[in-house]
Design a protein. Structure first.
Ligand SMILES: [Zn+2]
Length: 97
């Protein structure tokens, strides 16, 4: 068995050993997935069922997710529109930075 093969075989048990129900302490940091040094993903035993980090994000959104994304986009566009006004509030000589 090669060193890499051994590492790959051991990785799931390493993940399991470092997994913690508390996402802040867990090896997956709550994402549900851990990337091994061999560039393969393992699902965290404590946080199963999360979206895979390399999923194609353009596909299979639920309706709620789409609505949320559209709202976010709207908010970003609003913020972008606000910026020029904010800046023009300051007379040219007193820009505070
Ligand atoms: Zn976890």
């Amino acid at each position: 068995m090669s060193e890499y093969q051994q590492y790959a075989n051991n990785f799931p048990s390493l993940v399991a050993a470092d997994a913690d129900p508390d996402p802040n302490k867990c090896v997956c940091k709550g994402s549900g997935w851990v990337l091994s040094q061999l560039d393969s993903w393992y699902q965290c035993p404590c946080h199963k069922g999360m979206r895979h980090p390399e999923d194609d994000y353009d596909q299979d959104y639920s309706d709620e997710e789409v609505v949320e994304l559209l709202l976010l986009k709207e908010i970003r566009e609003d913020e972008a529109l606000c910026k020029p006004e904010e800046i023009s509030d300051y007379p040219e000589d007193s820009i505070p930075f």
